[in-house]
Structures are given as structure tokens and as C-alpha cells.
Design a protein around this ligand. Structure first.
Ligand code: NAP
Length: 242
């Protein structure tokens, strides 16, 4: 799908940090934007209020999602790792069920969602996830397993999806489109750091990059040391090699 074919985009989780960057990138491209966020978070979108349509509601509410994605050529979904009510998997399922048949669907998550057996995780990474998952569920803060379940449902779908897997994130000026690799564990990703604004840029660019359909790119900052070391001059999404 080219930028010209894409007119209307839905951002689900628009009020978060990633969401607001995605709204800005989408507006910069001239897309019409529909943003979904929790009712209490609507004020976080005040800066965009006169330029986007805001639909308040829980993002795992199927009726809210059905209404939000109607007529949209692209849907950008923040898979939220917070809470223990199947929030991520519920959101993903509703988007897969109700988005327009032609729509490009781009979802966000972290590296911990494995695409297949070729993803390789360090001992330290695996230990952290193993320790954090039950503890977080215990305090009802984070449900990492539910993002994994959302990933499973996305991978099984024949919709035109991309699941973008983010490294650790930081704030800061854009460095340009992140470098991506098909599998976690690739040496180019070792720095494990991406600017959040560039994660959002990758998500929005993916809407019009058909080479990313049915891919789960693991991303890292274009100017991070590992990206620079393994790509010569980090040349962005086209640099995928593994
Ligand atoms: N943080 C990282 O280092 C990191 C690393 C890798 C990948 N990622 C991925 O990047 C994406 C964005 O993550 P982020 O950390 O940058 O956060 P973020 O953009 O601030 O997004 C957090 C989202 O979670 C929602 N949220 C927060 N608490 C909630 C609750 N109790 N119930 C329901 N929704 C809730 C927020 O909505 P409200 O605005 O309504 O609060 C917002 O939409 C996620 O898909 C995450 O998996 C993050």
C-alpha cells in the first residue's frame, strides 16, 4: 500500500508516549487520525484535539474497537503490557476481527515475544523475564504473558499484520528509522536501545511497507553502537539480513 492509498489511520492507545508520537507522525503524513484511549487519558491528547477524532474507552472493549477501526486503511495498536484482564490479547483480537479487510495492521510489543525458535535470548534477558512475569502478575501491574498470547493470535492470523518488537526505549531526538532484524539475538541488536520517537516512526512507516507484512521485526536505534557496527552506516529497515 502506498502513502497515497492510505487516508485514514486508527491509533489504539493514542494517549501513551508511543501513541502520541505515532499520532504526530501520522498527521505529518497527512493522514486522518482516529485515536482510542481510556476516558481518563483524553486530556493527554489535548494538543491534538482539534486535528484528530478521539474515541474514549478501554482498548479491549470490542464495541469501541469496532467503531474506531471502521473505514480505516491502517491500524496502529499499542499492545499494553499493563493490567491482568487480557488487555493486550483482547485488543489484538478485536482489531483482527473488526479492521477493514484491506487494512494494514501494525502492532507494538517488546523483544520478549518470540516469533519462532530462531529468536535467541541471553541468559540475563531470560532470567529477568522469568523473574518479572510472576512478580508483576502478583501485584497486578504487568501481564507479560498476555502480550505473548496477543503475539500468538497475530501470528496465526491471515490479516495483513506486522508485529514490531521494541528494544528498551529512551526519550530523545529522532535518529531516523531504526534498524531491524528478523530475529532477537542478532548482533546488530545488541545495544538494546531505541528512541521512542523512532519506534513510532517505524510503526507508521510499516503501514506503507509491504515487505513488512507477516514480519515481526525486532528493532534497535539506527545510531546505536551495535547497529553502526553491523550495518556499516546503519541504513534503516532495508538493512534486514538475518
Ligand atoms: N517501555 C519499554 O522500555 C518498552 C520496551 C520494549 C517494547 N515496549 C513496547 O512499546 C509499547 C509502548 O510502551 P511504553 O512503555 O512506551 O508505554 P506508553 O507508550 O506510555 O504506553 C502505555 C500504554 O498503556 C496504557 N496503560 C497504562 N496503564 C494502563 C492500565 N492500567 N490499563 C490499561 N491501559 C494502561 C496507556 O494508556 P493511558 O494513556 O490511558 O495511561 C498507554 O496507552 C508497548 O507495546 C510496549 O510493549 C516498551
Amino acid at each position: 500500500m502506498s502513502t497515497d492509498d492510505l487516508r485514514k489511520v486508527c491509533v489504539i492507545g493514542a494517549s501513551g508516549k508511543l501513541g502520541r508520537y505515532m499520532v504526530q507522525h501520522a498527521l505529518d503524513r497527512g493522514y486522518q487520525v482516529v485515536g482510542v484511549c481510556r476516558e481518563r487519558s483524553v486530556p493527554k491528547l489535548a494538543a491534538f484535539a482539534d486535528r484528530i477524532t478521539i474515541l474514549p474507552g478501554p482498548t479491549n472493549d470490542r464495541e469501541v474497537i469496532r467503531e474506531a477501526v471502521a473505514g480505516c486503511d491502517g491500524v496502529l495498536t499499542v499492545l499494553v503490557p499493563w493490567g491482568v484482564h487480557q488487555y493486550s490479547s483482547g485488543t489484538a483480537q478485536a482489531v483482527l476481527d473488526f479492521a477493514e479487510p484491506h487494512a494494514r495492521l501494525v502492532f507494538s510489543c517488546g523483544w520478549h515475544v518470540a516469533r519462532d525458535e530462531h529468536d535467541r535470548y541471553s541468559w540475563a534477558f531470560k532470567t529477568t523475564v522469568r523473574m518479572v512475569t510472576p512478580l508483576a502478575r502478583l501485584v497486578r501491574a504487568v501481564d507479560i504473558d498476555d502480550q505473548v498470547e496477543a503475539g500468538r493470535r497475530i501470528f496465526a492470523s491471515d490479516r495483513r499484520w506486522t508485529l514490531v518488537r521494541g528494544s528498551d526505549l529512551e526519550e530523545g531526538e529522532s535518529q531516523g528509522l531504526p534498524v531491524w532484524r528478523r530475529h532477537v539475538g542478532d548482533p546488530a541488536l545488541a545495544s538494546n536501545m531505541t528512541r521512542r520517537v523512532d519506534f513510532a516512526l517505524f510503526m507508521v512507516e510499516a503501514l506503507t511497507d509491504d515487505t513488512l507484512v507477516h514480519e515481526a521485526p525486532a528493532i534497535v536505534g539506527r545510531l546505536s553502537p551495535s547497529a553502526l557496527a553491523h550495518t556499516g552506516e546503519a541504513s534503516g529497515a532495508a538493512e534486514n539480513a538475518s
